[in-house]
Every structure is written in structure tokens, then in C-alpha cells.
Design a protein around this ligand. Structure first.
Ligand code: AMP
Length: 192
């Protein structure tokens, strides 16, 4: 089983790279952001609650997000493995995730961290807002808020995983072309 966390700020290319990895390795892509957006589109209770935070560029509360993630994993009992995209985003999520995976004897293989500077992130997200119509990508204030939330609450997990996973934490330069980054990731994963 290969289980990978694709880590990085909003707009760093996690979703794009996740699509390549799942095809190459026949894995399941779990994006908490996509699950929230699906719930918003279907007008579920969870979607209504999540949208209150997402519209402001804030994180959805940990308990809700962790429960959602765990029940999503439980839907795929015979999976080859998973690519986690946009989860975990806080220390509490990372700790809960660790306990959950340990309990299920699911190994965490690698954390790949896509490193992209703020200037590039803002311009990519604004472009995505135009191309995809994603609400939280249309407004510069919300975009900057999401990047700040990443810096304050999420980026700390780089230290967490480089300490916890040692040689299986891979920071990579995410400001290069999609193909070159993808080749780098394939190279890393060929060792698993
Ligand atoms: P994303 O598609 O990963 O950029 O996520 C879009 C939005 O969904 C984020 O700005 C958060 O409001 C929410 N979200 C996604 N994943 C998480 C998470 N792991 N924890 C809390 N909120 C999340």
C-alpha cells in the first residue's frame, strides 16, 4: 500500500499532481476541499456549515474535517492506497490522522511538499478563479487570507513531518513546469 500526503499552500498544484499520481499508481484521491465543495453543490447540512468557513478563507473546524476524512477512508477498504490532498491542515488534524492510520495499520509512505512563493500563488489562484469559477479563488482578500491561514496553521506541519517521517519527507520546488514537477514526484515514488 502507498499512502501519500501532497502538501502545500493553496494554488501550489496539489490537485494537478494528485491526478497524475493516482493514475500512475492506481490510488484513491482524497481532497477534503473537493468533498466540501461537493456537499455545497448538493446543499447538504455539512456543505452549508463548511461554506460559512470556506467563503471567508478560514479552515473548517477540525472535528468536522477529521470525521469526514475518516469516513471517506472507510469507504475504500480494498484500496491500493491514497493520495491525501489538502489534509491534514492543522496539528490537531495531523495527530488525529496519525492515530487513525495506526489504528487501521495503514502506513504513511511519504509527504511531498510543493514549495511555491506567495506572489506566484496569488496569480495562479486568480487565474483559476476565472477558469473554474471557484468562489474562493475570485477575491484577492480571500486568497491572501487563505495563504495567511496556511502560514499560521498549516506550514508548521512541514517540521512535524520532517521530524516524524525523516527520510520520507520531500520538499520540492513547485514553481517549475507541471511536467517537470510530475517527473520529480514519479522519481520519488518509484522507490516505494
Ligand atoms: P482546498 O480545495 O484544499 O483549497 O480547500 C478549500 C477550502 O476548504 C479551504 O480554504 C478550507 O476552508 C476548506 N478545507 C479543505 N480542507 C480542509 C482541512 N483539511 N481542514 C480545514 N478546512 C479545509
Amino acid at each position: 500500500m502507498i499512502n501519500i500526503i501532497l502538501f502545500g499552500p493553496p494554488g501550489s498544484g496539489k490537485g494537478t499532481q494528485a491526478e497524475f499520481i493516482i493514475k500512475q499508481h492506481a490510488l484513491i484521491h482524497i481532497s477534503t476541499g473537493d468533498i466540501f465543495r461537493k456537499n455545497i453543490a448538493q446543499k447538504t447540512k455539512l456543505g452549508k456549515l463548511a461554506s460559512e468557513f470556506m467563503n471567508k478563507g478560514e479552515l473548517v473546524p477540525d472535528k468536522l474535517t477529521i470525521d469526514l476524512l475518516e469516513s471517506e477512508i472507510d469507504n475504500y477498504s480494498d484500496a491500493n492506497g491514497f493520495v491525501f490532498d489538502g489534509f491534514p491542515r492543522t496539528l490537531a488534524q495531523a495527530d488525529a490522522f496519525k492515530n487513525f492510520l495506526n489504528g487501521k495499520k495503514i502506513p504513511l509512505s511519504a509527504v511531498i511538499s510543493l514549495e511555491v512563493g506567495e506572489h506566484e500563488l496569488v496569480s495562479r489562484l486568480l487565474k483559476r478563479g476565472i477558469d473554474s469559477g471557484r468562489e474562493d479563488d475570485k477575491n484577492t482578500d480571500i486568497i491572501r487570507q487563505r495563504i495567511q491561514v496556511y502560514e499560521k496553521q498549516t506550514s508548521i506541519l512541514k517540521t512535524y513531518y520532517s521530524n516524524n517521517l525523516e527520510n520520507n519527507f520531500f520538499p520540492i520546488n513547485g514553481e517549475r513546469s507541471i511536467d517537470i514537477i510530475s517527473e520529480d514526484i514519479m522519481q520519488i515514488l518509484s522507490n516505494y
